[in-house]
Design a binder for this molecule. Structure first.
Ligand code: 13P
Length: 346
C-alpha cells in the first residue's frame, strides 16, 4: 500500500467531483506546433507560452474543471509576465496534472501497431513532478482497429506498461490517469469497437490487478464505443451511450474512483451529447462518476479564435469557458442542444 493512499484517494475524488472534469492541454511540442501551423500561428515556445497562459487564466474555469493536464514544458513555464503557471493553477483552486509518457512508438514485430514508451527513469521523473506540486499523471496507450489488428501482443504490451506506470504513480503520490484509447480512425462498426474496447479493458484491469494498483486511487480515461469515422453506418447518441456504458459496466471494477473520457476526434457537440446521454440514462446504474477529460473538444474554438493575436484573448477565453460549461452540464446529465445557443457568443 502506498504511503500516499489517503492523499491519492482524496485527489482522485476531487478530480471527478460533481459537475467537474479534467482539461487535457498536454499536447507535446510537436502536436501543439502542428495545430498552430494549421492556423498560421508561429510554432515557437513564446506562442505556446501565450496559449497555455490564455487557457489557464480563463476566468471561472475552476467552476467546471478540476485540473489541467500539462506537458513538461508547460509545468516549468511562467505567464509572459513571469508568474509560474503552477501558481496560477493553484491560485484558481485547480489541481495540476502532468503527462508522463514519452509517446506511442512502433511496436516491434507488429506492423501498424504501437506501444507507448516512458517507463525508463519514470520513478525519478514522478518524484520531481510531485515535488513541483503535480498531483496526478497521464499515460496514453493507443489501440488501432484495422485488418487483423489489434493483436493480442499489442493489447498486452500496452496494458502491461499502463499498469507499471500506474503502480509507480501511486508509489510516488500521483493519481494515475490510465488511458487506453481505441482509435476512432477506420471504417469499423460500433460492434467491432465494442469488442476491441472489451478486450482492451479486460486486459488493462488484469494487468492493473497484477501490479497491485489500487482502483480507488486511479482514474480511467477510456474512449467511447463508437463506429469508426469512415464507417458507412454511423451511430446515434443513444447507441453510443448504451454500448459504452455496457462495456464499462462489464469491465471496470466498481471501486475505480472515476471515469473521464477523451474526445478522440469527435465533434464538440457529439462529445457533449454522448457524455450527457450516458449520465442522463445510465447515471443511476454507474458505480463511478462519469465525466470528461477532453483536449480538442474543449480547446478547439478558443485556439481557432485566438489564432495567435493578443486582441482575441478575452473572446477566446469565453469560447473555452463555454465548452467547459457544456461538458460540465453533460457530466450531470443536464446538457441540451439549446445550451449551445443560449451560451452562443454574440
Ligand atoms: P482529445 O480529447 O483531443 O482526444 O484528447 C484527450 C487526450 O488527452 C488524449 O490523450
Amino acid at each position: 500500500m502506498s504511503k500516499y493512499s489517503e492523499e491519492l484517494r482524496a485527489t482522485a475524488k476531487a478530480m471527478v467531483a460533481k459537475g467537474k472534469g479534467i482539461l487535457a492541454m498536454d499536447e507535446s511540442n510537436g502536436t501543439c506546433n502542428k495545430r498552430f501551423q494549421k492556423l498560421g500561428i508561429p510554432a515557437t515556445e513564446e506562442y505556446r507560452q501565450m496559449y497555455r497562459t490564455l487557457i489557464l487564466t480563463t476566468p471561472n474555469l475552476a467552476d467546471y474543471v478540476s485540473g489541467p493536464i500539462l506537458y513538461d514544458e508547460t509545468i516549468r513555464q511562467t505567464t509572459p509576465e513571469g508568474v509560474s503557471l503552477l501558481a496560477v493553477i493553484k491560485e484558481a483552486g485547480m489541481i495540476p496534472g502532468i503527462k508522463v509518457d514519452t509517446g506511442a512508438k512502433e511496436l516491434a514485430g507488429h506492423t501498424d501497431e504501437k506501444v507507448t514508451e516512458g517507463l525508463d527513469d519514470l520513478r525519478d521523473r514522478l518524484a520531481e513532478y510531485y515535488k513541483m506540486g503535480a498531483r496526478f499523471a497521464k499515460w496514453r496507450a493507443v489501440i488501432t482497429i484495422g485488418n487483423n489488428i489489434p493483436s493480442k501482443g499489442c493489447i498486452e504490451a500496452n496494458a502491461h506498461s499502463l499498469a507499471r506506470y500506474a503502480a509507480l504513480c501511486q508509489e510516488c503520490g500521483l493519481v494515475p490517469i490510465v488511458e487506453p484509447e481505441v482509435l476512432i480512425d477506420g471504417d469499423h462498426t460500433l460492434q467491432k469497437c465494442w469488442d476491441v474496447t472489451d478486450a482492451t479493458l479486460h486486459e488493462v484491469f488484469k494487468q492493473l490487478h497484477a501490479q497491485s494498483v489500487a482502483y480507488d486511487q486511479m482514474i480511467l480515461k477510456p474512449s467511447m464505443v463508437i463506429a469508426g469515422k469512415d464507417c458507412p453506418q454511423q451511430t446515434s447518441v443513444e447507441d453510443v451511450a448504451e454500448a459504452t456504458i455496457s462495456c464499462l459496466l462489464k469491465n471496470v471494477p466498481a471501486t475505480v474512483a472515476g471515469i473521464a473520457f477523451l474526445s478522440g476526434g469527435q465533434s464538440m457537440q457529439q462529445s457533449s451529447a454522448h457524455l450527457n446521454e450516458m449520465n442522463k440514462r445510465f447515471g443511476d446504474q454507474c458505480p463511478w462518476p462519469v465525466t470528461f477529460s477532453y483536449a480538442r473538444a474543449i480547446q478547439q474554438p478558443a485556439l481557432d479564435h485566438w489564432s495567435g493575436h493578443k486582441a482575441n484573448i478575452a473572446e477566446a477565453q469565453s469560447r473555452l469557458l463555454k465548452r467547459a460549461q457544456c461538458n460540465s452540464a453533460a457530466s450531470r446529465g443536464e446538457y441540451s442542444a439549446e445550451m449551445e445557443k443560449e451560451l452562443a457568443i454574440a
